[in-house]
Design a protein around this ligand. Structure first.
Ligand SMILES: Cc1cc2nc3c(=O)[nH]c(=O)nc-3n(C[C@H](O)[C@H](O)[C@H](O)COP(=O)(O)OP(=O)(O)OC[C@H]3O[C@@H](n4cnc5c(N)ncnc54)[C@H](O)[C@@H]3O)c2cc1C
Length: 472
């Protein structure tokens, strides 16, 4: 076991990935989970869960599961109930459950004078314990990215029921109501499909067009096709646009605007039931919102409708409420982190799961955890490798994680990556940390240093600070 001790915040798929990777690397840790058990948002009973009764995996089982722990189900797209069982089995199987303190919420993280972190936590279940504090050498933040609702400002006031999808649990909430869903992301489309069986009427307001991917193509889960060596972005866009046109037709026929971007430049919607229901006349697509006026919603094209419930499928905001934003180098809507995990100041905070990507799965998150574990191992046993890693991060351009796709410049895309580009960059960095290759400066780094003398002053200071910590 290591001399250092780390904390992991959250026992969802990302926290469990971190726990397993640290366990395998022989690194000591304590886990903290605000809810009653493992599984994160897949446990619908977790007060922070944004799951709903009808939710199933959107990515398919084999592309999503942990490679070392296949799921014991035949379903290609299992339900959240099966998934929470899977995470419990995973945690029990590897002896991770007992490493977490449940019903324990982390309330603050503050730097200690000796370069560590003071973690304060408290019980969440009524009288469950006094607040406690404990020092750690570093902390892995795996508290999830889909819990804090993003609620846009609208002109006017809606006097009916205004809900965010985070508060949606069951279709019975919509029984007999005139429902307007704002936004057509994966959750918005799932809920629309639920709603048509219960609501009095369902409209969906959209700003832009979307690409709809069927769950099955050629009789197989669609995301299992073209695995392995990824096609170049342009070729994949060319081929998949035509395949989708052949299978799902043109969503414009059903009332959606024509997308003003190419496929994969935003998150695709894995749901074609919504198109079936549009074809059956069960719901309508309406334009973007202009303003609310009592129960009336006025749309940008001058039309309007009366509603009982407005459901905001407007996504989520990143939130790390227990630590000062400057510690995570926030830039706009997201922390600016190397490979979405390492703070450029190497201050001992590591972020897990801050990756939005089509098809990254839990294995992708586990590989991210392996990289963090490889760095922590290097800190203790191969400080030269850890120092070389930091030098690269602070003096070289960061890898391009777009995979050649031009992502929409939307706030919600601020931490979006291409899964293949991301996983290959993460694997390369892990490999470098595990071998002496990491301690040899790359050609690019030598060039940067020769030209500039030293790397940029801020980065250099950060590197020095981190070096001090390693040798302490
Ligand atoms: C409807 C729906 C469908 C989805 N489908 C897919 C899919 O098909 N494939 C896919 O890869 N992803 C999917 N996702 C994305 C989902 O976010 C990930 O699968 C996964 O749950 C992310 O894991 P996580 O551990 O990062 O976060 P979470 O699952 O959100 O877990 C975070 C954990 O941290 C805990 N926590 C938070 N704050 C604190 C604190 N202060 N102290 C202690 N504990 C804290 C929470 O209680 C929670 O248990 C879906 C999401 C939704 C909502």
């Amino acid at each position: 076991m290591s001399d250092h001790r780390y904390a992991i915040i959250g026992a969802g798929p990302s926290g469990l990935s971190a726990a397993r990777a640290l366990q395998k690397a022989g690194i000591d840790f304590d886990g903290f989970e605000a809810s009653r058990g493992v599984g994160g948002l897949w446990d619908i009973e977790n007060p922070r869960s944004t799951m709903y009764d009808s939710a199933h995996l959107i990515s398919s089982r084999t592309t999503t599961e942990f490679a070392e722990f296949p799921m014991r189900t035949r379903a290609d797209y299992p339900s959240h109930r099966e998934l929470v069982t899977y995470f419990r089995d995973f945690a029990d199987h590897f002896g991770l459950t007992e490493r977490f303190r449940f019903d324990t919420k982390v309330t603050s993280l503050e730097r200690t004078e000796d370069g560590g972190w003071m973690l304060r936590s408290g019980g969440v279940a009524g009288d469950a314990g006094e607040p406690t504090e404990q020092r750690y050498d570093g902390v892995i933040l795996a508290n999830g990215t889909l819990a804090e609702p993003n609620v846009p400002a609208f002109r006017g006031e809606f006097t009916g029921e205004l809900l965010h999808t985070s508060a949606y649990k069951s279709a019975t909430q919509l029984t007999g109501k005139r429902v307007l869903i704002i936004g057509a992301g994966n959750s918005g489309c799932d809920i629309a499909v639920d709603a048509v069986h219960h609501a009095a009427s369902v409209d969906m307001s959209v700003r832009r067009g979307y690409y709809f991917v069927p769950r099955y193509l050629f009789g197989k889960p669609s995301d299992t096709l073209n695995q392995g060596r990824p096609l170049p972005a342009r070729l994949k866009q060319f081929v998949d646009t035509r395949v989708l046109r052949a299978f799902t037709g043109d969503p414009v026929r059903f009332g959606f605007p024509k997308p003003d971007y190419k496929i994969y430049e935003s998150h695709p919607i894995v749901n074609t039931l919504i198109l079936n229901h549009l074809g059956q006349g069960d719901l309508r697509i309406v334009p973007d919102i202009d303003r609310f006026d009592g129960r009336t919603v006025c749309f940008r094209d001058g039309s309007s409708g009366e509603y009982d419930t407005v459901l905001l499928a407007t996504g989520y905001k990143l939130d790390y409420p227990f630590v000062d934003r400057s510690e995570l180098a926030w830039s706009g809507m997201a922390p600016r982190l190397f490979l979405n995990a390492f703070t450029p100041s190497f201050n001992g905070l590591y972020v897990m799961g801050m990756i939005e990507a089509s098809g990254i799965g839990w294995q992708g998150r586990y590989e991210q955890a392996e990289l963090i574990a490889a760095y922590l191992v290097a800190l203790e046993r191969h400080p030269d490798r850890a120092a070389a890693f930091r030098t690269r991060v602070t003096s070289e351009p960061w890898p391009d994680l777009t995979g050649g796709y031009h992502y929409l410049g939307l706030e919600r895309m601020s931490y979006y990556v291409n899964k293949d580009a991301y996983r290959s960059a993460v694997r390369a960095a892990t490999q470098a940390l595990r071998t002496d290759a990491a301690s040899r400066p790359s050609r690019r780094s030598r060039l940067v240093r020769t030209r500039a003398g030293v790397p940029g002053s801020g980065s250099h200071a950060a590197g020095k600070a981190a070096e001090k910590k390693v040798t302490a």
